[in-house]
Design a protein around this ligand. Structure first.
Ligand SMILES: NC(=O)c1ccc[n+]([C@@H]2O[C@H](COP(=O)([O-])OP(=O)(O)OC[C@H]3O[C@@H](n4cnc5c(N)ncnc54)[C@H](OP(=O)(O)O)[C@@H]3O)[C@@H](O)[C@H]2O)c1
Length: 310
């Protein structure tokens, strides 16, 4: 298994912070407060992307991480709106490095699988960047397991490998359990998973009529639009109330307890929202509670669709 560390060799924290909302629902002051709240509790991985808010997320995160260079892991992603060709990758990477103000990016992800550009061109370019010391680890996000394996074979031709994967994972998005987590485990790929709260659904706020990303962003409204997902969120809230813990804390702790997850990427629009997710760092779910939470959503069927053991 790839052991991710900071350049100063501190192991990656069990939770990371995702800066997707920087420049959107979070301004620079809010970002600074949340960054401080994270570093205060030992969070040392921060995630952004070329595409977040036209680079504003990278710019804001860059200012925050600059005094901590080498002490935190900074991950960004290639654009998700154009092919991962050599020219596009080099051009976007140069912009990301400039916005972040970093000579070396710890993790550089492909944000999605590109079915058009030959994998040799894409991963050969990433391998070159890595051999020049511009990136430490090659990552992939939103790849299916077969795409990871295919790309891994191509990486081997260039003497490198995919070391990190960033899939979505939460109580109502469990598809990764079927193929992606086993593939990553087999390949020794670290997994930094995103959306532990289902974009906010699992806080339970929508059952109370509150507003947020799911009522403002059609992509998220649709991603989490199925009635059974809202039913699972209500079940989680009831369980949380009975245990006197915020539902958000349970949701994040549930994702982080999966042994296939290296680090869970949390996020919020302010420190008050962030606190219940941070509290999950100190909550190890006992087996019975973990099983009760897991039972709130359907376990995805196995890849072979055969649930019989023989
Ligand atoms: N690779 C990818 O394709 C990809 C995709 C998505 C995310 N990511 C990464 O993963 C990170 C985390 O993802 P995510 O933002 O989807 O995580 P999430 O934890 O599922 O959702 C976070 C959102 O939930 C709401 N929320 C959080 N705490 C709350 C609380 N206590 N009470 C009420 N609402 C609360 C806030 O949104 P509202 O207040 O607006 O409702 C917040 O922005 C991102 O920042 C990004 O770095 C990557």
């Amino acid at each position: 298994m790839t052991q991710l560390t900071t350049r100063s060799e501190t192991p990656i924290s069990r939770m990371g912070y995702g800066a997707m909302q920087f420049g959107r629902t979070v301004d620079e002051d809010g970002a600074r407060e949340m960054f401080r709240a994270c570093t205060d509790v030992g969070i040392n991985i921060f995630d952004t992307a070329f595409s977040y808010e036209k680079g504003e997320s990278e710019r804001i995160l860059g200012k925050l991480v600059s005094p901590f260079e080498g002490e935190v892991i900074v991950a960004t992603k290639a654009p998700n709106d154009r092919p991962a060709s050599a020219d596009n990758l080099r051009d976007a990477f140069a912009q990301s490095r400039q916005r972040l103000g970093l000579a070396c990016i710890d993790i550089y992800y492909l944000h999605r699988f590109d079915p058009v550009t030959p994998l040799e061109e894409t991963f050969g370019t990433l391998a070159e960047m890595q051999s020049r010391g511009e990136i430490r680890h090659i990552g992939v996000s939103n790849f299916a397991a077969w795409q990871i394996m295919k790309a891994q074979a191509v990486c081997a031709k260039f003497g490198t490998r995919i070391e990190v994967c960033q899939p979505m994972y939460n109580l109502v998005k469990r598809q990764v359990e079927v193929e992606i987590l086993p593939a990553c485990n087999d390949q020794g790929i670290a997994v930094c998973a995103y959306s532990p709260l289902g974009g906010g659904l699992l806080t339970g706020k929508y059952a109370e009529g509150a507003r947020g990303r799911l009522s403002e962003d059609p992509t998220y409204a649709s991603r989490y639009g199925q009635p059974w997902m809202h039913e699972a969120a209500r079940g989680l809230s009831a369980l949380a109330q009975s245990r006197n813990v915020p539902a958000a804390t349970l949701a994040v702790a549930w994702g982080a307890r999966n042994p296939g997850i290296t680090s869970m990427l949390i996020s919020a629009r302010n420190t008050a929202q962030l606190q219940p997710s941070l509290d999950a760092l100190n909550l190890v779910l006992p087996d019975d509670l973990y099983a009760e939470i897991s039972a709130l959503s359907p376990e995805p069927p196995p890849a072979t669709d055969r649930s019989e053991r023989n």
